[in-house]
Design a protein. Structure first.
Lengths: 107, 115
């Protein structure tokens, strides 16, 4: 039973445009959400996080939005760069992870 | 600071054997978590150790066990290997003061193939 879901296995975006990656969760008790990105042959690296008491957190080109009523979070990358091409995982409390979305940024 | 290291990086075993994986956390980190990544399943949480004690546990059978030493290094053991145990095993470390609700730093993983 997947408590965190990323329904889009892949996403392609033109360089300079916005990338929006989505994540849904089922348990309203989750307290802390994180996004990690993963390059091939490397472990995931932390990107950005958000506490359940907030609805937005911004760090440079990356913004995470949390909609608690919809149990939905999204990661916005603006502007997208070719180096952003990777697999992105969302996580709840680092206990439940989505299956990942492969982002490809086309130059 | 040196990052999280995992040994070995690759391992081939046969069904029924056991395997031990090792993880050295970032210096000063007291929490070590283990994850299993298989195609289509994302990362699945195995367990977390903090100050030599298992603090959190995922939904895996008892064949999966771990331990943590006084220097925070951790080992994970899988006994009676099954074909379905073939996966990338990731270790992550963190300060540990907020349980698992804090940024984790991942190692490169150990890729285990069970034949």
């Amino acid at each position: 039973d997947q408590q965190v879901k990323q329904n889009s296995p892949s996403l392609s975006v033109q360089e300079g445009r916005i990338s929006i990656l989505n994540c849904d969760y089922t348990n309203s008790m989750f307290d802390y959400f994180l996004w990690y990105k993963k390059y091939p042959a490397e472990g995931p690296t932390f990107l950005i996080s958000i506490s359940s008491i907030k609805d937005k957190n911004e760090d440079g080109r990356f913004t995470v939005f949390l909609n608690k009523s919809a149990k939905h979070l999204s990661l916005h990358i603006v502007p997208s760069q070719p180096g952003d091409s990777a697999v992105y995982f969302c996580a709840a409390d680092n206990l439940f992870f989505g299956t990942g979305t492969r982002l490809t940024v086309i130059p | 600071k040196a990052g999280v290291t995992q040994t070995p990086r690759y391992l081939i075993k046969t069904r029924g054997q056991q395997v031990t994986l090792s993880c050295s956390p970032i210096s000063g980190h007291r929490s070590v978590s283990w994850y299993q990544q298989t195609p289509g399943q994302g990362l699945q949480f195995l367990f977390e150790y903090f100050s030599e004690t298992q603090r959190n546990k995922g939904n895996f059978p008892g064949r999966f066990s771990g331990r943590q030493f006084s220097n925070s290094r951790s080992e994970m053991n899988v006994s009676t290997l099954e074909l379905g145990d073939s996966a990338l095993y990731l270790c992550a470390s963190s300060d540990g003061t907020s349980g698992t609700r804090e940024t984790q730093y991942f190692g490169p993983g150990t890729r285990l193939l069970v034949l």
